[in-house]
Design a protein around this ligand. Structure first.
Ligand code: ADP
Ligand code: MG
Length: 349
């Protein structure tokens, strides 16, 4: 059976006065029904451009979109806006980072959900109101009947984000695309919300594409991870593989940035040096070469083959041999201490 969502060699290029910006330089991934894939990479790596393009929200005139996006075997890359309008909200729901920009400030939360429900379904107002309260309860909002009467500004950041998710779920989508849904919230709340999403996924059989810059938060909820850098997926695999047996130096760097439970918090977290950048048009070598501490001549001369298989379902793109990786990982002691999802991201913030 075909996956729920299948993205093949997706490219998103923005034409600008300074030349083309290759925001997404050819990414491929798929999501099965009920599965959670986390797309992780630092700011500017092309996560949002990928996610928005999938649902037809990359509307800039300067954007050139190539490749294939199939949702339930329906090709979306050249689809008309009417097709996207039918799919968005009903079959694919999107949650953005900033709920304030997506919520109407002068309308009560409950009413916004009611309207969302009634825009897609013919049910009575009373019935929709009942469903709205149920949805608020389901995403972990206490006293949902009372909160339904709140305006967005009366809710905390975490509650607003939950309200957004409730709204997204109002039409029982098959796929939830959540772009940095918890960024800016404190870590306890982040984890609660992600666990809530995870539970919904199990209860409703919902597939989730979770976009985040924080590898630390995905360990406990995602099934698979795709690590993005410079518009490309440089490594992908089951979440346990990515945490226990990471292969790409960029992933090592991301894991090195995850604080460990047994380390005092006062220390600054190690950052990966350099600036993340979109693919340069003239680039000949590996997308990560300029910032890679393990770079050698070959890395500048030619791109490593796209996604070499390292184990079942585990792919990466890098010129280092397995033996070289093993020895360098040991030298890179910072990273060597990371023991797995259990220790990751629990103590930040
Ligand atoms: N509408 C646009 N016009 C020009 N460049 C854009 C546009 N949207 C995004 N970009 C560029 O594409 C790259 C990827 O951006 P984005 O997908 O937002 O990254 P991320 O979500 O991973 O932080 C960045 O270099 C960004 O500046
Ligand atoms: Mg983004």
């Amino acid at each position: 059976m075909a996956p729920l969502l299948e993205v093949r060699d997706l490219r998103v290029t923005f034409a600008s006065e300074g030349g083309d910006v290759h925001a997404v330089g050819g990414v491929s991934f798929s999501i099965e029904e009920g599965e959670m894939l986390a797309v992780v990479g630092e700011s500017g790596s092309g996560k949002t451009a990928s996610a928005m393009t999938i649902v037809g929200l990359t509307r800039a005139r300067s954007a050139r979109i190539e490749g294939s996006v199939r949702f339930r075997e329906l090709e979306l890359v050249d689809a008309a806006e009417s097709v996207f309008r039918r799919i968005r909200g009903a079959e694919v729901a999107v949650v953005f980072q900033d709920p304030l920009s997506a919520l109407n400030p002068v309308q009560r939360i409950g009413n916004q959900i009611v309207e969302q429900i009634r825009a897609h379904e013919r049910i009575s107002r009373a019935e929709a109101q009942k469903r709205a309260v149920e949805l608020l309860a389901r995403v972990g909002i206490p006293e949902p009947r009372r909160r339904a009467r709140s305006f967005p500004h009366e809710l905390s950041g975490g509650m607003r984000q939950r309200a957004m998710i409730a709204m997204a779920l109002s039409c029982s989508p098959r796929l939830l695309i959540a772009d940095e849904p918890t960024t800016g919230l404190d870590v306890t709340v982040q984890m609660q919300i992600l666990e809530e999403i995870d539970e919904l996924r199990r209860e409703l059989g919902l597939a989730v594409l979770l976009v985040t810059h924080d590898l630390g938060v995905v360990g406990e909820v995602a099934d698979r991870v795709a690590v993005m850098y410079g518009g490309e997926i440089v490594e992908t695999g089951d979440v346990s593989e990515i945490f226990e047996n990471p292969m790409h130096p960029y992933t090592w760097g991301l894991l090195g940035s995850i604080p460990k439970v047994d380390r005092p918090r006062t220390r600054r977290l190690p950052a990966i040096p350099g600036q993340s950048q979109s693919v340069e048009p003239s680039r000949e070598g590996c997308v990560f070469a300029r910032r890679c501490p393990h770079r050698f001549e070959r890395c500048d001369q030619a791109p490593p083959s796209r996604l070499v298989q390292r184990s079942a379902g585990h792919f990466e793109s890098c010129w280092l041999t397995l033996a070289e990786k093993r020895s360098r990982r040991l030298v890179n002691g910072e990273f060597g201490l990371v023991s797995g999802p259990e220790s990751a991201g629990r103590d930040v913030g």
